[in-house]
Design a protein around this ligand. Structure first.
Ligand code: FAD
Length: 467
C-alpha cells in the first residue's frame, strides 16, 4: 500500500539521520525517519560514542579511586561492581535514545520502524514488524551509517573474538586482552578494560598509533598509555585466531619479514575500522553509484547520481564521526530547502577519549609539510598550567600551527585533560578564520585549562608568558 507523500524520507536514525530529520521538519518539510532497529539513535547512541564514553568515565573514576585519590589525601578501599557499571551505561543509552523519540514528537518527525529499501526514486518500501509499507516521497536521504570491519582470516564469535559492540558488554574483566588496531576505538575500549584490571596489548600494522593524527602528539599519547600499562606492538597485525576452550589463540604477524607467532588471550578485540553499510538498501539496484570502498558517492549538495536521492554520514566519504554526520545532515536538508547549508571540512575536530585525551583539528605538521606550507608552531605544556597542576594533571601539551606568513590558524593538537572540550575553542577560531594572535589576545578565565590554549597561541609568536 502506497502512503501519503512526504517531502523527505530519511533512512537511518543515527546522528546523521535523526539530526537531518529534525532540521528538515524545522524547515517545514514533511519528514519521516526509517529505522530498522526498534530503538532510535544509530551506532553513536546505541553501540558507539555514548556507551563507550559512559564506560570511559566510569572506568576513569575507578582508576582514579585506585591510583589517584591517595595523592589528594583520600584513602579508599575500592572494589569493582561491573554489573552496576554496565547498568549505568545502559541507562545513559536508554535516556538518550528515548530523548530522540521526544525530539521527533516535538518536531513532528514521523518515526517508521522497519528496514527501508529504495524501490525507485521517491519510493521507500519499509518492511516492519507490522508488515510492509511503501512511503512516497519527494526526496530520500540515505543515512544508513557503517558497521565494524572484519580482518581477513578472523571470524567474530561475539564472545571472545569481538568487535566494538561486544567489547561494550563483556560480562567480566578479561585477564589478557589483545586489541588489533591502535585507532580511537581500539585505544578507548582498550583503556576501559585496562583500567578495570585487564592486561592490554595493542597490535598495530602501521609504525605508529593513531594513524592520521599529528605524529608527535600520537607518540606522546603512546608513552602515556605505556606508563599506564598498555603494551604496543607496532608494524604487527593478527592474521588468524581460533577459540580453544576459554582462550583465543591469535596468529600474530610481523609486517617486516612476515614472521609469525602465536599469542593467547581471553578476549581478542578487532578494531580495524568500519565499513559503509548499504546491505538490503536497494540503492545500487536503482542506479546509485558506490565507490570502490562501497561508499555512496555524492556531489557537493550531498545528492547521488540519481536525482532526489541524497546521502550523508558514515555511508559517504570522509571521517566516520558523529558530528561530521550531524553537520552533513543539516547542510544537506538546508540545501534541499534552498538555504546555503555548508560544512567546513577542515574544521572538524577529531578526539581520542583516552586519558589523557588527544584532540585535533585541521592540519598536522606532516600535512603542512606535504602541502609545502611554512608554519609557525606554538606549544605549551600542561605542566605549566595552574589549573592542570591543581588537578594533578601533568601530562601533555597544546600545540597550535599557524601559517608563517599570515598567522592564520591551520591546526591544533591537544594531548591532555579534557582535550575534547578544549579543541572546540580552536575549531571555532578556525571557522572564523582567526589568527593565532586573535586567540592569544582573547581573555581566558584564570585558573582554567583553556589558558594553555591561549599560551600556545602566544607561543606561536614566541611570547608565551608562563613557560
Ligand atoms: C565504539 C565506537 C565509539 C565511537 N565513538 C565516537 C566518538 O566518540 N565520537 C564520534 O564522533 N564518533 C564516534 N564513533 C563513530 C560514530 O558512532 C559514527 O560516526 C556515527 O554514528 C555515524 O552516524 P550515521 O548517522 O552516519 O550512522 P549510524 O550511527 O551508523 O546510524 C545508521 C542507522 O541506520 C540504520 N539503518 C541502516 N540500514 C537501514 C535500512 N536499510 N533501513 C532502516 N534503517 C537502516 C541503522 O540501524 C542505524 O541505526 C564511534 C563508533 C564506535 C563504534
Amino acid at each position: 500500500m502506497a502512503e501519503a507523500s512526504y517531502d523527505l524520507v530519511v533512512i537511518g536514525s543515527g546522528p546523521g539521520g535523526y539530526v537531518a530529520a529534525i532540521r528538515a521538519a524545522q524547515l517545514g518539510l514533511k519528514t519521516a525517519c526509517v529505522e530498522k532497529y526498534p530503538i532510535l539513535g544509530g551506532t553513536c547512541l546505541n553501540v558507539g560514542c555514548i556507551p563507550s564514553k559512559a564506560l570511559l568515565d566510569s572506568s576513569e573514576h575507578f582508576a582514579l579511586a585506585r591510583h589517584g585519590f591517595a595523592a589528594h589525601g583520600i584513602k579508599a578501599q575500592v572494589e569493582l561492581d561491573l554489573p552496576t557499571m554496565m547498568a549505568r551505561k545502559d541507562k545513559v543509552v536508554k535516556d538518550l535514545t528515548s530523548g530522540v523519540g521526544f525530539l521527533f514528537r516535538k518536531n513532528k518527525v514521523e518515526p517508521v520502524f522497519g528496514t527501508g529499501r529504495i524501490v525507485g526514486p521517491g519510493k521507500v518500501e519499509v518492511a516492519g514488524p507490522e508488515g510492509a509499507r511503501t512511503l512516497e516521497t519527494k526526496r530520500i536521504l540515505i543515512a544508513t551509517g557503517s558497521k565494524p570491519a572484519a580482518l581477513k582470516g578472523i571470524a567474530y564469535d561475539d564472545r571472545r573474538i569481538v568487535h566494538s559492540t561486544h567489547a561494550l558488554t563483556l560480562p567480566e574483566v578479561p585477564k589478557r586482552m589483545l586489541v588489533v588496531g591502535a585507532g580511537a576505538i581500539g585505544l578507548e575500549l582498550g583503556s576501559v578494560w585496562m583500567r578495570l584490571g585487564a592486561q592490554v596489548e595493542v597490535l598495530e600494522f602501521m609504525d605508529r598509533i593513531v594513524p592520521g593524527m599529528d605524529k608527535k602528539s600520537g607518540l606522546l599519547l603512546q608513552r602515556s598509555l605505556e606508563k599506564q600499562g598498555m603494551k604496543f606492538h607496532l608494524k604487527t597485525s593478527a592474521s588468524g585466531a581460533r577459540v580453544e576452550g576459554d582462550q583465543v589463540v591469535v596468529t600474530v604477524t610481523e609486517k617486516e619479514g612476515g614472521a609469525t607467532r602465536e599469542e593467547t588471550c581471553d578476549v581478542l578485540l578487532v578494531a580495524v575500522g568500519r565499513r559503509p553499510y548499504t546491505e538490503g538498501l536497494g540503492a545500487a539496484e536503482v542506479g546509485v553509484k558506490l565507490d570502490e570502498r562501497g561508499r555512496v558517492m555524492v556531489d557537493e549538495h550531498y545528492q547521488t547520481n540519481v536525482e532526489g536521492i541524497f546521502a550523508i554520514g558514515d555511508v559517504i566519504q570522509g571521517p566516520m564521526l558523529a558530528h561530521k554526520a550531524e553537520e552533513e545532515g543539516i547542510a544537506a536538508v538546508e540545501r534541499m530547502a534552498g538555504l546555503p547549508g555548508h560544512l567546513e571540512y577542515r574544521c572538524i575536530p577529531n578526539v581520542v577519549y583516552t586519558w589523557p585525551e588527544l584532540a585535533s583539528v585541521g592540519m598536522s605538521e606532516e600535512d603542512a609539510a606535504n602541502d609545502g606550507i611554512e608554519v609557525a608552531i606554538g606549544t605549551f605544556p600542561f605542566l605549566a598550567n595552574g589549573r592542570a597542576k591543581a588537578m594533578g594533571e601533568r601530562e601533555g601539551q597544546v600545540k597550535i600551527l599557524a601559517d608563517a606568513k599570515t598567522d592564520r590558524i591551520l591546526g591544533a593538537h591537544i594531548l591532555g585533560p579534557r582535550a575534547s572540550d578544549l579543541i572546540a575553542e580552536v575549531a571555532t577560531a578556525m571557522e572564523l578564520n582567526a589568527s593565532a594572535e586573535d586567540l592569544a589576545r582573547s581573555v581566558h578565565a584564570h585558573p582554567t585549562l583553556p589558558e594553555a590554549v591561549r599560551e600556545a597561541a602566544l607561543a606561536v609568536a614566541k611570547r608565551a608568558i608562563h613557560v
